[in-house]
Design a protein around this ligand. Structure first.
Ligand code: NI
Length: 165
């Protein structure tokens, strides 16, 4: 396992739509490295494009910072449904360090994904997990938090980022 370098915005790879994973058996090493990288960062979620791999997978663990690990790998995830109730929460991103962006997202989502062992799963998520999944899912489509706010707010946040980066 290895800690990989995390790309920082505006690296163009963070704005690129990722391709589906064709061979689930071939990504085990990448998944292990991504978990090690995420825990070392330290973060709660990491998408493959953030380490320069333009494939549709991400890792997350929303609870480890509170003392209990709950690692989850989602390969080729699809958001099947979303609650119509929108919630605004400030989101950090390992690729945009030092800036919290208030992003509006649905409060809950239903997701289908493939596991590391190639099984298809379906699950309902709310709270912080739903938030994290939607953030990481955005990365697979080349979307970052800056893309989720109105232009005036984005300009201010980008200026803040330029000051701390
Ligand atoms: Ni992020």
């Amino acid at each position: 396992m290895a800690v990989l370098p995390i790309l920082k915005w505006p690296d163009p790879r963070l704005s690129t739509r990722c391709a589906p994973v064709e061979d689930v058996g071939a990504v085990a090493g990448l998944v292990a490295d991504m978990f090690e990288t995420m825990y070392a960062a330290p973060g709660r979620g990491l998408a493959a494009p953030q380490v320069g791999v333009l494939s549709r997978l991400f890792v997350m663990d929303c609870t480890w910072k509170e003392g209990e690990k709950s690692p989850l790998v989602m390969i080729n995830p699809v958001i099947m449904a979303a609650e119509r109730v929108p919630v605004v929460m400030e989101e950090g991103c390992l690729s945009i360090p030092g800036v919290l962006v208030p992003v509006e997202r649905p409060i809950a989502v239903t997701v289908q994904w493939t596991s590391e062992t190639g099984e298809i799963h379906m699950g309902d998520f709310d709270g912080f997990e739903a938030r994290c999944i939607q953030h990481e899912f955005d990365h697979l489509n080349g979307v970052v938090t800056f893309d989720r706010v109105v232009p005036e707010m984005r300009a201010g946040l980008e200026a803040q980022y330029a000051g701390v980066a």
